[in-house]
Design a protein around this ligand. Sequence first.
Ligand code: ATP
Ligand code: MG
Length: 387
Amino acid sequence: MHIYLVGGAVRDALLGLPVYDKDYVVVGALPEQLLQLGYQQVGKDFPVFLHPDSKNEYALARTERKAGTGYTGFICEFGPNVTLEDDLSRRDLTINAIAQQQDGTLIDPYGGQADIAQRTLRHVSDAFIEDPLRVLRVARFAARFHQLGFSVAPETHALMQQMADSGELMSLTPERVWKETEKALACDQPQVFFEVLYHCHALAALFPELAPLWDTTDTSSEQQISALQALKYSAQLANTLEKTLTTRVACRFAVLCQTLDTDTISALCQRIKVPSEHKELALLASRWHAHIHQLGQPGLAQAEEVLALYQATDAWRRPERFAQLLLCAHADAGLAHYPQGTRLWQWFNELKTITAQPFVAQGLKGPAIGEAIFQARLERLKQILKE
Ligand code: ATP
Ligand code: MG
């Protein structure tokens, strides 16, 4: 049996990028042999195993043939007769179809190294069209490697367009669509994912709700930065709020959606099963980002309105989410310093120091305490705005 490192690990090492997880392909072996060696089989349909110590994935070399509609309709064949070349030929892109022997030798039958050098995302074979998920994957790799100068090869783009036009993308489950979208949003240039999908006609099938973002006839938005531009900025605004992948994705999703109306955002989130945390931030951003631009300016802001913003966005209980909301508004305004956000955050923190304690000490009870806090915060805010 022969074991090769394949896929993302080989590609990323050639690109000089850090390698996180390693996938291996095993040629000339039967499942029983791997089981005997202590590998653990995962998944019933696919011959994929976990290494007993490293827990890296080892897959038996396999071929795939399309047998029905949708991305599940595959017949998968494996066995000691399937060659490394067979296995590499079923892969999506040439840059993902390079294998490496244990001694470092590269096996690259489809020109992956040349495409890495030319910064080209090119499909391996015409079997590319058999799996609609690949349209999303290519768009995601375009976003991920945009900074490195990668773009989609014209012939691959043509196949993606053909796949989009055929209606096959409709067979993708919402879970798959969201999973790829989530990964794309986490990239440095997330807007490229949507641009690539738009240009190959896939956006209309996958995200019809986003169509208004490409409507250039809407002159009222002439002064505004486009949602895609804002999405790009949101990724550039190096931010301490993006502590976790979830908050990073949530902010970017909200920035993408915030110029859409709330019904459209709800429809999109329901259809592709966007997590509720992301949906809530997107809805808040849609309702409030334009107000935030205004309310953060002392000359324009009324204390009552600013306080209403804090109340309506539940800022007192959810300060982190409120900070994310300010980030969304910032991205909508551009990359420059965004004083509105800074001020709304400072005022908020000052008002937060007004708490129930002194009112309880005065003997207030029940709703009267909340009312007293509200009034005290309002008075303080009026003062601040006059200063
Ligand atoms: P990442 O760094 O995001 O994990 P990756 O290239 O390793 O990138 P995986 O999804 O882990 O991507 O898949 C591993 C390999 O399996 C890919 O490099 C590619 O060769 C192949 N592959 C995965 N999904 C598909 C697909 N839908 N069609 C064809 N080949 C695929
Ligand atoms: Mg991988």
